[in-house]
Design a protein around this ligand. Sequence first.
Ligand code: PYC
Length: 332
Amino acid sequence: MDSKSFFCVDAHTCGNPVRLVAGGGPILKGENMSEKRQHFLREYDWIRTGLMFEPRGHDMMSGSILYPPHDPENDIAVLFIETSGCLPMCGHGTIGTITIAIEEGLIQPKIPGVIRMEAPAGLVLIDYQEKDNRVTSVKLRNVPAYLAAENLQVECPDLGMLTFDVAYGGNFYAIVDPQENFKGIQDFTASQLISWSQVIRKRINAQYNFVHPQDATINGCSHILWAGDTIDPSSTARNAVFYGDKAIDRSPCGTGTSARMAQWYAKGKLKKGDLFIHESIIGSKFTGKVEDVVKMDKYDAIIPSIEGWAKVYGYNTIKIDNNDPYAYGFQV
Ligand code: PYC
């Protein structure tokens, strides 16, 4: 086959891109989305790199492919694709995917306003609001989030020794809070944070091993969450989340917000029922809430919810053509 076309709907969630592949996605093998994720990574990763990397995508590009649910009680199953690979879970990706899928009629939920979504990381329960055929907000009840380790240390170029915690919110996050050698994201540019993240993520994964207790395919500290002062004094906290090779999330990052709420819960700074308004690097906001408290293996975990909005902005039929030397994309 010389050329394959993908019908994509493009949106952004609070500033971060979501490219939903509505036509052309591969048929995958597996009993659940975790197994289908592994099949995709083994055999179809060229679709991800072709659609996410330059020249068809960019450093922040992120997307999804819809599948029928494995459990008939559920409405939809989702594979997340992005520049770094296939995430077990993506919060901004979920908000964008659900907005697109409802507005474009790609899902018919059993109960209007409610969607049960299977992600590789587990079941995610969603409520959404609509007005004039537009989705105005999406709230997702995420998989259990927990603090995995605290007060670890890593040497960072320019800054010196940094102390960080690691929390899981659908992906593993190294959380760097303001401290002696790092006063907060307000003092630095995105490109400084990116270059330090590239180095410390490698060092963290060489020094420490993080594996999800119920799914060993979810492992490694993939994201760095740098904290700092809020722009709006009414927000709870602000972050810059590094992912992929060169990306800082433009949204407040759903799995990062979940991880940070789990960290705050474990440190006694949040309790069940509390809200957490998280700001992104560009000042866009998600509203988080500690919905419930659960035991997950040895961890005292929380069930976080994240609420935000997305806007659909385009339709894009993208061709991956074997005659194109950059068919499968490139990164610089
Ligand atoms: O919103 O969970 C998220 C996310 C992960 C990577 C980029 N955004």
